[in-house]
Design a protein around this ligand. Sequence first.
Ligand code: SAH
Ligand code: SF4
Ligand code: F3S
Length: 440
Amino acid sequence: MNRPKKNLYIKTYGCQMNVYDSEQIALILGRDYDLTDRPEEADLYLINTCSIRRKSEEKVLSLVGRLKGLKNRRPQMLLGVGGCVAQQEGERLLQRAPHLDLVFGAQGIYRLPHLLHQRLESGKAVVDTSFSADLPYISGQVKPGAPKKLVTIMQGCNNYCTYCVVPYVRGPERSRPAAEVINEVQDFLRQGGQEVTLLGQNVNSYGKGLADGLSFPGLLRRLAKLPGLVRLRFTTSHPRDLSDDLICCFAELPPLCDHIHLPVQAGSNHILARMHRGYTREEYLHKVNRLRQICPGISLTTDLIVGFPGETEADFADTLALMREVAFDAAFYFKYSPRPQTAAAALVDQIPEPVKAERLARLRILQEELSLASNQRLVGQFKEVLVEGLSKQQNQQLCGRLRSNQVVNFDGPQDLIGRMVWVRIEKANLHSLGGHRCQP
Ligand code: SAH
Ligand code: SF4
Ligand code: F3S
């Protein structure tokens, strides 16, 4: 007779790679645990963490603190912290939060059944922050019937941008064999999936060190041929390594969507050099022009950091000027946050907090103007939308994305979820569009 399964609750912070890892955790533990969305019913409560900025880390620590109460009320519940903060802090987390049962890094997820066993046998908290050379993966679908899926194709990063903690918490760059990636995508398509987003910190380095010799554009070409794949996306491509071969894929491969996230970080050559980004503003602008030549109307989004050590008012003005010149369709923007082990944290010319805040506010005003103008250009157009689910804001409405990645909310029956429909764009907001379903 089957034992009844226990309840697993996972709280996920950070990037899409963490979202993928949390899905993997659910599959890895699927024999003994069912996912629940009610934390108060959890037998195992896992927090998958992010350490990219200090604020991300503080959020985790404050949640761990608050969970002391739940742990007291449910002493049988096991509480674990995984992901990038766990990797960074290791044993130190146990000193800060003795009520934790498990601490495991991003690579530790495949050892979770063993770690849980060890915790129950020994009665003591278990820490596992070792890296492994291979990249295991468990096949299966957490949300059967979902129209889109994330697929991690590589782990880690070797770039060592001077502000960034990722190479320390995710380890060196390693790629998954192409055959395995293709199998994972094929499995998903067989179950009716339509859209795949390939994930890596620098997808253009994909394939280095693999025996099959397939480059990233080579992988895209193989995937684009798979029957049933309607939309293919990837993130993130590093501007330095964005090759002409990859740019050409946007014209060549019908499933590849007309959107690229190309984080520029700053517009001043002085700051880009100090960040160790390996490109100049001129080189970045040249690649943007080439992308627009190959794929007219391609949607371009970016990441920006303000207040990097040594950033002068003139450097910051260069960032604003570059934003205007490119006219990014959307952007994520952050105040520079010193991170453990990173080179920039040791620089002496740190920018005072009020200056960072003031620059961020000015940058936000400009990006909001650009984002709104970009969305307004879509009003009146007929667009294909992959319906993903119910809108977060208006629960009665459906929500989906254009090929160029903008979110659209519109009225329609729930049985359209998972289907491709045509929508006339009627309204432009800052972060989304409104529309009406129609025939093209
Ligand atoms: N691999 C991606 C970025 C991953 S991190 C790339 O190279 O583009 C996501 C974003 O967080 C970065 O693009 C950067 O804008 C921001 N970021 C990273 N470290 C940061 C720090 N120390 N302070 C502020 N923002 C940071
Ligand atoms: Fe961080 Fe740079 Fe690697 Fe991106 S490329 S993850 S910003 S070190
Ligand atoms: Fe955060 Fe780790 Fe991703 S630090 S951004 S969760 S790789």
